[in-house]
Design a protein around this ligand. Structure first.
Ligand SMILES: NC(=O)c1ccc[n+]([C@@H]2O[C@H](COP(=O)([O-])OP(=O)(O)OC[C@H]3O[C@@H](n4cnc5c(N)ncnc54)[C@H](O)[C@@H]3O)[C@@H](O)[C@H]2O)c1
Length: 344
């Protein structure tokens, strides 16, 4: 029988952008899914494909009684609930991001007490030391390897802000439950995810939204030379499912592409696809941009999961733009864009 057929799965934060795609896939694989979410940034409409086939519990997972109820009879936990957003959000909400350590601690503890079979944690590329993600010298691009972020190795921990440190501590905590209680688990280091249902605090959607409202001069945060390995959400969901199947020792794995795409180049692709060409671009270097360069090394991902992301940036961007243009209204987005870029 297939691994997921009739499997009782809990997706925390399942009403989120990534969580809803993951839930849709798990349901299609035959899992019996329960979603627990407080809808603080998630939305029920994200679950429209699956809502009739899942159990939905609304509540705050920092409330132990609620979390205990959510864990009842569960075999596999995908833990995605978090206070999180794009760069515009995490740099301006450090205390909210740090509070994820409380949330993760309660979810892992209740998972262990409920004797679930395994936990798959949505960690982040933000766990990697920021000094490894600076402007490359000699044109040598960096591809981040899992062993480069390790709280137990001197010089291997200098995460990206409160959000990144909280994710690293989440990984450490989950591994500790593995060491002490044998709780099977994996931490998936997700890299710069984009796709349908994402919000405007994230770079790709922000750039699409600015073209959508025909912003001119078109604003880019930073000098546009910074790069990311934008990874399509469908690939992220598939990678997490594979990781949950195959890794149980509490270790971390990269889920992302090895493709560096500069912000300016992604903006140009959006102009080409949308047909909108601003008369000028304003590079605003006063805005938060995060590290200079980020992409995943996929050696472990390929060998352990026998898999890597399948969607090119061009293809994923086209799908994402189609969704955005079909579902958004300029009269609604334009007046709120300033807020949308920084609030989740
Ligand atoms: N989007 C990315 O590029 C990216 C990259 C790396 C990791 N991640 C991680 O993936 C996960 C999902 O992120 P996302 O981008 O899909 O959207 P998101 O950040 O909006 O998802 C978080 C979800 O958790 C819910 N939530 C928050 N606090 C909660 C609480 N106390 N109790 C119950 N539910 C709560 C929210 O309503 C939301 O549905 C997060 O853990 C995030 O840190 C995302």
């Amino acid at each position: 029988m297939d691994f997921w057929t009739d499997k009782k799965v809990l997706v925390t934060g399942g009403a989120s952008f990534i969580g809803s795609h993951l839930t849709d896939r798990l349901v299609n694989l035959g899992a019996k899914a329960r979603v627990a979410d407080d809808l603080s940034s998630g939305a029920l409409e994200n679950l429209h494909e699956s809502i009739d086939r899942i159990e939905f519990l609304q509540g705050d997972l920092r409330d132990r009684d609620f979390t205990r109820r959510a864990m009842e009879d569960i075999e596999v936990v995908f833990h995605l609930a978090a206070c999180h957003g794009g760069r515009g959000f995490i740099d301006t909400h450090p205390a909210d991001c740090a509070s994820n350590m409380v949330l993760d601690g309660i979810v892992f503890d209740e998972a262990m007490k409920a004797k679930v079979d395994r936990v798959c944690f949505a960690s982040s590329a933000c766990v990697y030391p920021t000094q490894l993600q600076v402007k490359p010298t000699n044109g040598n691009m960096v591809y981040l390897k899992e062993e480069w972020a390790n709280p137990f190795e001197q010089g291997c921990a200098f995460s990206d802000g409160e959000y990144g440190w909280a994710k690293l501590m989440g990984e450490m905590s989950l591994k500790a439950y593995n060491k002490q209680y044998g709780l099977k688990s994996v931490s998936c280091r997700l890299f710069t995810v984009y796709g349908e249902r994402e919000n405007e605090t994230h770079a790709v959607i922000a750039l699409i939204a600015k073209a959508f409202v025909k912003m001119d001069p078109y604003e880019i945060w930073g000098d546009g030379q910074q790069d990311r390995n934008f990874t399509y959400v469908g690939d992220i969901a598939d990678g997490m499912i594979r990781a949950a199947e195959k890794i149980t020792d509490g270790s971390a794995i990269n889920i992302g592409t090895a493709e560096h795409v500069k912000i300016i180049d992604s903006a140009k692709m959006i102009f080409e696809e949308s047909g909108f060409n601003p008369t000028s671009i304003n590079f605003d270097t006063s805005k938060p941009v995060g590290v200079f360069s980020r992409a995943a090394d996929l050696t472990r991902t390929r060998s352990v999961l026998d898999w890597e992301p399948q969607t090119s940036f061009k293809e994923g961007l086209r799908k994402t733009m189609k969704w955005y243009y079909e579902n958004k209204d300029v009269a609604d987005v334009a007046p709120r864009l300033g807020i949308l870029l920084t609030e989740r």
